[in-house]
Design a protein. Structure first.
Length: 296
């Protein structure tokens, strides 16, 4: 099977990923762990047309932990830079008979298009401004680890909603798990179909505050904000976090623009920040996703 969108997963598959992710999370934290061999002899291609640290490394680590062989194609050093088409790259990789292709691409719909060209499973590691399903799944796992249950949680997702594939996937997944999702950001960074909600209104009483990076590389025009202006008006400061629930936690999919959308002291708060827990949950979640798509 392929994992292209949150909508491509049924409730039982989501439950399985989170249950197995919990198991792999505990396994990865175990000091006595050995390498699992459940995906021995499986070949996992990581094809990233956009830069990545967390997603690329966690998929590689996940494959390795399961006994699979992860292979990374450096796009900047590949024939793609010589003008090879997307279709020819896919056909070339398919001829090598991988078991899974993990793809990140700048164009919406590229992973779905790859499923038509590959005989193996395809996992969407982020396509343009469309979706990032495994990020939403790892965010759900991190919240499950922290709270035990997502039912009834109030989750404020704030920032550059217009360009955020993370926001789109979380807005699809979290309500299916019983959470209430609030989307807020600067008016120019909100899609037209999202009701106008200020950052302060979204954060008020929230159990979870997830901040998003301002994707300036995707903006048609500069925001025109001076140093510190975005943080003051739209970012997460300790003062603004005070509007949230007393035990509220902070999340960010990374990479962070420190002191732009999130203040240093909030990002590094050892009691409230789940940012590094998200990274840790990412390896476990992607182990579960690789199991699911390979039938392992």
């Amino acid at each position: 099977m392929d994992l292209i969108s949150i909508d491509s997963l049924n409730d039982a598959q989501i439950e399985r990923i989170l249950d197995r992710g919990q198991r792999w999370f505990e396994y990865n934290r175990s000091g006595s762990r050995g390498q699992d061999k459940s995906l021995h002899d499986k070949l996992v291609f990581n094809l990233f047309y956009e830069n990545s640290t967390r997603t690329a490394m966690s998929f590689a680590a996940a494959a390795h932990r399961l006994g699979a062989s992860p292979v990374f194609l450096p796009v900047e050093q590949s024939s793609i830079k010589k003008g090879e088409t997307f279709e020819d790259t896919a056909r070339t990789l398919n001829a090598m008979h991988p078991d899974v292709v993990v793809i990140r691409h700048r164009e919406n719909g590229a992973p779905a298009a790859m499923t038509e060209l590959m005989d193996c499973a395809v996992i969407n590691a982020g396509d343009g401004t469309n979706e990032h399903p495994t990020q939403a799944l790892l965010d759900a796992l991190a919240l499950q680890i922290r709270f035990g249950d997502l039912n009834g949680l109030k989750v404020a997702i704030c920032g550059d909603i217009r360009h955020s594939r993370v926001a789109r996937s979380n807005a699809k997944l979290l309500p299916r798990l019983g959470a209430e999702v609030r989307l807020a950001g600067p008016p120019s960074l909100l899609p037209g179909d999202i009701p106008a909600l200020s950052i302060d209104e979204a954060i008020d009483g929230a159990d979870v505050v997830m901040m998003l990076r301002v994707q300036r590389e995707r903006l048609e025009e500069d925001l025109g904000d001076g140093p510190g202006e975005y943080l003051e008006r739209y970012g997460l400061t300790a003062e603004r976090l005070g509007r949230a629930a007393p035990d509220a936690v902070v999340m960010h999919p990374g990479p962070m623009n420190r002191n732009v959308e999130i203040a240093d002291d909030v990002a590094d708060d050892p009691e409230r920040s789940l940012i590094l827990l998200q990274v840790e949950a990412g390896v476990a979640t992607r182990m579960a996703c690789l199991e699911l798509v390979t039938g392992g």
